[in-house]
Design a protein around this ligand. Sequence first.
Ligand code: GLP
Length: 271
Amino acid sequence: MIVIIKPDPDAVTRYAYDFVRAKLTAKPNLVLGLPTGSTPQRLYKALAEGCRKGEVDFSRVHTFNLDEYIGLAPDHPQSYFHFMRVNLFDHVNLPPTNIHFLSGLPDDVETHCEDYERQIRDLGGIDLQILGIGRDGHIGFNEPTSSLCSRTRDKTLTRDTIEDNRRFFENEDEVPRWALTMGVGTILAARDLLVLATGRAKAEAIAAMVEGPLTAMCTASALQMHPRARVVCDEAAAAKLDHDEYYRWMQENDFRMRGVLEAGRSRKPKK
Ligand code: GLP
């Protein structure tokens, strides 16, 4: 896993924006996996701004969101679909037909989830999956004990997650207890993963994800199995990492940046 530590949330956003922009430039019909939550909000703002300035183009992009609450209609103010509209979809040139979303009110849960997986497959798989992380190390809504091979399905939320979500609802009874979510296996099938984390509240989860054991008790730890997983976090979220010196050293010593290959190639052979 590549760990990038930035001084603050703005620097995390700049890094993530440049990363997404480079992917969009390299593949204009990118299949992009998206998270909700407060963490990616700054990135979505930057992407909306970038789209206005003509730096990024969503006209051929397809998006798949990670999850949705069961029981909420798409126009419910706390639905993830509504969140995505307000934060991103309404501000970029993404064709509405290219937006793929799990329904909070499916006719049949299993068929709906299988169909979501099929839609991902039909578009050639997810190129870049952006992720946030829950305080207990969950990704999407893959709560502790989720199978690390799971595919899109329904999950019961933990009391901690319900408590974290409480702030968005009038009272606790309104907070959904269930969600549909891409599985850990679905997430691991994406070609590139980019995890964003900011703030001290995420420090334990980030340490468990990067340096802890591979365990269903922290579903983000499954990302250790992914060949192209990258986490970009601020100093506060990196606070509990034991090997942070190595991650910083790696960043400072990227051989590509230092032209090591070019120098080696241009070196004259000794006579
Ligand atoms: C929810 C979402 C996750 C998100 C997490 C953290 O559980 N399902 O995808 O990563 O919240 O959200 P925040 O960024 O607000 O801390």
